[in-house]
Each structure stands twice: as structure tokens, then as C-alpha cells.
Design a protein. Sequence first.
Length: 395
Amino acid sequence: MKIACYCQHVLGIGHFHRCLEICKALTKHHETVMILGGPDLTLPESDIYFLQLPGLKMDAEFTELLPCEAGKDIHRIKQQRQQQLFEFFLSFQPDVFLVELYPFGRKAFRFELDPVLEGIATGTLSPCIRLCSLRDILVEKTNRKKYESRVLNVLNNSFDGLLIHSDPEYIPLEKTFSQTDSISIPYRYTGFISPPPTAKEKGQQLREELGLSQSDKLLVASIGGGNVGAELLQTTAEAALLLKNMTHLHIHLFTGIYSDPGLQQELTRINDENITIHNFSSNFQDWLTAADLSISMAGYNTCMNLLSAGTTALLYPFAQNREQSMRVSALSKTSAFTLLAPEDLVPSNLAEIIKSHLGRYKQKYSVQLNGAVQSRILIENLTIWNREKHDIRPL
């Protein structure tokens, strides 16, 4: 089959990496194109073909789109993107169109998605199965009823199926979408999406490269790939100074790809031999496998990586919406996750919390984490997406 996967990241890179894992699973058996259009990324070597649209991002207030390249005209960029995407479908003629998040989100990009979806429906473009790819939790909306009605109108009329990248035992869709029963197209849960677990040997090898003994403790603090969470790294670094007497404790701080360049410089000013500052790591899963304790934000990918590694974690959720705090609350029932409150981001408080969590052992979890492979299997079973509503049920 030929598969086109549309993924638009606007803040961090969580959406990109989740879609990338699906595309990795797909490209082993199918010709797969991943359509991107956000800020620049370092793309991995892969059999996936990447189609890059002219870049767009959200402004700091998340209210409007801006060109990634300063000085470019937003209307011209939109026109170029719409034309490029439509012409791609005319030439590639995919069997499956997988759309990440829309219509549950990314409403600002309907200017280019709706013409393609309409073209497929009317026959202007070659027919193909249209699937929505959705993460576990939807952010809250001011007018929930209006939002859900709009979503259902587009979803039920312009899509053939819905893939939900969650484990319904922990986070079912109805937890954040009240009108799930009104979805009239087939939907399936894939389980959460995580990269394949890193072998324990890789974690041990990394510890040896760092010169750590069995009695040494490795703390890894990170903020994902976005430009938020600087206060978490700053407080962790200040807490580390209060733990200087713990000579066996080694702390590594990871800034994000889109972090303010000044953040790393600011952290470097905290002079302590047990603190090391890094840029975003491409082998971060190895670090989590090696770590005795993780301190991080609570984005989708970070949480899944932590579950895969079995690492004890202190998680500080993004405060602007409910998504990350809900995820930690749901997963903490079965994991070594501890939610950090705003009052915990005081160096003395955080230092005490770190000390109390360092002795905990790694765990294995029953959460479904093979969502990428399961997505491929479901996408290949095209007959699923032609069933009547009374046949709809989670996998």
C-alpha cells in the first residue's frame, strides 16, 4: 500500500515523534510518506519519505499562525502549502491518508486539509481510506458542546475511521470527549505508542561510559523538545546544590530542541562537578534506562518512555491545560510516577523529594505500549473501516 501521514507540530516535537514511530512501523511493509510543516527538525535516516511544506508555527500566546521564516507573508505561505499538498495527492495517490489530531485539533490547518478531504470524497482526488490519528487526552475547550459538535461533523462526514493511541483501561476517549457515542465511524484503540524498549545492557553501558559504579545514583532531568519547562531545570539545578554532600549522586540536565538559547548558559553558571548540562539527546531512552530517577514534564512521549524504561519519575505537568496532569493521575495508579505540585518547585522542597525517591527500584508495567505496530496492523485491515456503526467497538 501507499500511505500518506500528515503531522503538524507547532510547539514541541511530541506529535512528530509519535507519528514517526507509526511511520517506522508502516514503512517496513508499505511505501510511506510523512508530511511535515512545522519548525525545522533533524530528520532521522529512514526509508520514510519526508515531504516538507513551508513552515508554520503558533505564536507565543497560541492564538495565530506565523511563518517559521521571519519576513514571509502568512497568506502566501498558506497558499503555497495548500497547493503543494493537493498536488502531492494528485501525483502520489495514496491508499491511506492518516491525519494526526485533526479534526480534534489543528483547526488552524483546515485551510489545507479540508480541500484534500473534500477532493477524496468527491472524486477529484483518487479514493483512499481517511483515518484520524489521535493521542490519549484532548485539551479542554471553552465551549465544549460547540467544539464537540464541530469535531463530529467533520469526523463523521470526512473520515472513514479513528485510531486512538491510548490504553482504554487507563485513559478512554470519553474521559475528555463526552460525545464518543455519537462517533458514527469505526474507531479502535491501539495502545500507547512508545519506541521499542532499550535493552538493559545499553543502560548499563551508558553508566559505565559515565564512570558510574553500582552504588552511584544517576538523576536525569528533562523538559522534552519544546520551549517550556525552564523553571523545572533551574529548580533541579538549585536543589542539586543542596545535595552536594551526596557524592554518589550525579545529575544530568537536558534542555529542549526549541529551548531559549540562554537557558543552557544560565544553567551552566551553576558550578557543581556533579551537574552536567546537555542539549536534547537523540538517545534519550538509553538515559532513562540508565537512570535511577527522572525529573521531567509529563508529555505523552516522555511518559511512555518512562513506562518502557520502568524508571521512577517525578513529573511536573504543563500548567496551561489539563492534559499532562490528567495523564500523570491516570498512570500513577500503576507506575512509579509522582506528581510535582507548584509548591514543590522550591529548591529545598525538591531536594527532599529527590532524596526520598532515589532508593526506589525499577518496575514493569502492564500498560499497552505497542501502539505503533498495532496501528500498522489496524491500518492494513482495511475491512475494519467499512463496518456499520453497530459493529463499532474498541479493539
